[in-house]
Design a protein around this ligand. Structure first.
Ligand code: ZN
Length: 284
């Protein structure tokens, strides 16, 4: 199942541009907003398995908002791929990767324009985003996937100079300009990935600027896999339905290039994850 947040309404995605409004199909039992559905995720998925929806919505790219537009928490993981840690001059984490937040005001959808802050040091980071489907605290790694509603695509856009102002890294602050947290174009459930013959622990992900591929990785290379990340996080945090986890970026960021290469006004960033789809943003 693919579920999108289309113009603020939860829809079941049925084809490339066709969808069914969940509030209409369920006669008001679920929706119209998507965040409320995560609160009743188990009940919702049981219902969704019984319906055969008819398309009544034509999807428009500009209307595809984040599948979790106002999570109670945005958790982001740093240095979670060894090649990326190496390109940024850090050692790969052993016990615990860096954990930080992107402030929720930076969330946007999968398509559109993004204003560059002054300075010209904005970098890209393709990531798989996990959306939580039930309250999670002290979760064992072996059970952790069952707390995930589904996966989406994220870009952890980062202002690299601000990120290193001061004595300790300003990860959360420098990664939270408006629209610096695109998520989308929809949520894909784990059974949908399996039905497509994909391994939820080994998905290809990447991004390209004006057609030139800059990142090209696989989630099987995560140092802390998604279930291990959730187990680690919930040793401390209580994750709530709708919370999102940016799971880390593979190598190929602009900061790691010699000389560093950042996005310029007019350039288009295309971001993809296998089995989920793609996002596209133009900078100005
Ligand atoms: Zn990141």
């Amino acid at each position: 199942m693919r579920i999108a947040n289309h113009a603020g309404r939860a829809v079941l995605v049925l084809g490339d541009d066709q969808a069914a409004d969940i509030a209409t199909v369920s006669e008001g039992a679920f929706g119209p907003d998507l965040p409320g559905i995560y609160e009743r995720w188990e009940e919702f998925t049981a219902w969704a398995a019984t319906v055969d929806p008819v398309a009544d919505v034509t999807l428009e790219r500009a209307a595809l908002e984040s599948p979790s537009p106002r999570p109670s928490q945005v958790v982001a993981i740093g240095l979670n791929y060894a090649d990326h840690a190496a390109e940024t001059g850090y050692e790969a984490p052993q016990e615990l990767p860096p954990v930080f937040t992107k402030f929720a005001s930076s969330i946007t959808g999968a398509f559109g324009e993004i204003d560059l802050p002054p300075g010209g040091n904005t970098d890209w980071e393709v990531e798989v985003v996990a959306v939580i489907g039930r309250t999670a605290h002290r979760v064992a790694e072996a059970d952790a996937w069952s707390y995930v509603a589904g996966l989406s695509i994220g870009q952890d856009l980062s202002e690299r100079v601000l990120q290193f102002v001061g004595q300790a890294p300003q990860f959360g602050f420098a990664k939270s300009y408006p629209k610096f947290a695109p998520i989308g174009p929809w949520l894909v459930t784990l059974d949908e990935l399996e039905a497509a013959g994909l391994d939820r622990d080994d998905l290809a992900l990447g991004c390209a600027i004006d057609g030139e591929t800059v990142q090209d990785g696989r989630t099987s290379k995560l140092i802390f896999s998604i279930p291990r990340t959730i187990a680690k996080l919930t040793e401390v945090l209580t994750l709530q339905p709708g919370d999102v986890i940016f799971t880390g970026t593979p190598d190929g960021v602009g900061f790691g290039m010699e000389p560093p290469r950042y996005v310029r006004s007019g350039e288009t960033l295309r971001t993809w994850v296998e089995g989920i789809g793609e996002m596209e943003h133009t900078f100005r």
